[in-house]
Design a protein around this ligand. Structure first.
Ligand SMILES: Cc1ncc(COP(=O)(O)O)c(C=O)c1O
Length: 385
């Protein structure tokens, strides 16, 4: 099946749900059993049949199956947020005395978790240059238990060579965990690129409508039980209503993302020609340093990118952002609407440097007409002068 056909049909079975097109919302905490024997013989590692609401219901599994199949993974588990998906996956692989390699471009709360929860519990966290590629081999130690990637970084957009990192890690039997929120299960087939555990903030493009917080971890066969058991041990679960909404959003990820990528490319190319803009950070652009890897590894691009302005004082940056009418100022991305922030990556980086003199703007391009977005950016850029 081609991927748009799969996206339309996966995770639902009208013959089993009284003919409903979509898998209905199953709400329950308790699941009752026919007899004591079947109750007492529940398999603690069977997470895909009815045991207790915390382990999911057909609504949860429909969503999880859809994401796992689209991405080409073994199985998936839904989590209450993207951050929860990251933290539980890291916790599943790292114990006291272990060494963990994390890309310097990781989402800032991922680093906070490493610093405030993992390090005090005896895990040695080391940040590496996102562009390290095969050079990661030199950082691997006998006690390295995972390599964490994010491609591209969601503030600075360095494209990581995940196949090269995975080849080095796998040669030492070390799993590769990756925050693949930007790539999505639609545009990035993680498992074909060497990822073992793919982590998504489903809150972004999977949900797609800025109304649900959710995460999802997809794994290969080998990593499934450690991850799924960790989710159960921490007691994480997701409401069936949210899973229903997430799957409803996911059905249209293909059309949304293709349109949003086209809009983003139009806006990004227009910005590249503007005198106020030093660089546009978007691997989908031909002259981006990560373009060749992006083209090799991805089927498309998210509509989230950065632009580096020529040096201006912070108050001018604020005047530009505040003047935008069609871009909401706020966290997150991947919804149908455009957003803007002005991140300061120099405040979080430790392994690599980010020049704070050139202000960074992050744009998420939504489904608006790009001509309107360009007109809005043009009037706001005037505030920089
Ligand atoms: C790259 C990336 N990963 C993970 C997350 C966390 O997702 P959530 O907001 O659902 O916790 C975000 C949120 O902005 C993100 O940008």
């Amino acid at each position: 099946m081609k991927k748009d056909t799969l996206l339309t049909h996966v995770g639902r079975n009208p013959a089993q749900t009284h003919g409903t097109v979509n898998t209905p919302v199953y709400r329950t905490s308790t699941v009752v059993f026919a007899d004591l024997e079947s109750y007492e013989h529940r398999d603690p590692d069977d997470f895909k049949s009815m045991r207790y609401g915390i382990h999911g219901t057909p609504t949860t599994w429909a969503f999880e199956e859809a994401v796992a199949k689209m991405e080409g993974g073994h199985q998936a588990v839904a989590l209450p947020s993207g951050l929860a998906a990251i933290t539980v996956a890291l916790a599943a692989f790292c114990k006291s005395g272990d060494h963990l390699l994390v890309t310097d471009s990781a989402y800032a709360p991922t680093r906070l978790f490493c610093e405030r929860q993992l390090r005090p519990n005896g895990i040695e966290v080391e940040y590496y240059d996102p562009l390290i590629g095969a050079g990661i081999a030199a950082l691997l130690r006998p006690n390295t238990k995972a390599v964490f990637c994010e491609a591209p970084g969601s503030l600075t957009f360095e494209m990581q060579d995940i196949p090269a990192i995975a080849a080095a890690a796998h040669a030492r039997g070390i799993p590769v965990l990756a925050d693949t929120t930007w790539g999505t299960p639609y545009f990035f087939r993680s498992f074909e690129r060497g990822v073992d555990v793919s982590i998504h903030a489903a809150t972004k493009y999977i949900v797609g409508h800025s109304d649900v917080l959710m995460g999802v971890v997809v794994t290969n066969r080998k990593c499934w039980l450690p991850v799924r058991r960790a989710v159960a041990d921490y007691g994480f679960c997701v409401s069936p209503d949210d899973c229903y909404l997430a799957l409803r959003g996911f059905r249209t990820i293909g059309v949304r993302m293709k349109q949003q990528m086209a809009n983003a490319l139009e806006v990004a190319r227009w910005l590249q020609a503007r005198p106020e803009v030093q660089r546009v950070l978007y691997p989908a652009l031909e002259d981006d340093p990560g373009h060749a890897i992006w083209k090799r590894d991805f089927d498309g691009a998210a509509s989230l990118f950065g632009l580096v302005l020529h040096a201006v004082p912070r108050n001018k940056v604020a005047a530009f952002v505040n003047a935008l009418q069609l871009f909401g100022i706020g966290s997150s991305w991947g919804g149908y609407e455009s957003l803007v922030t002005a991140p300061q990556p120099e405040k979080v980086r430790t392994a690599t440097e980010w020049n704070p003199d050139s202000p960074l703007i992050r744009l998420h391009i939504g489904l608006e007409d790009p001509a309107d977005l360009i007109a809005d950016l043009e009037q706001a850029l005037a505030r920089l002068h």
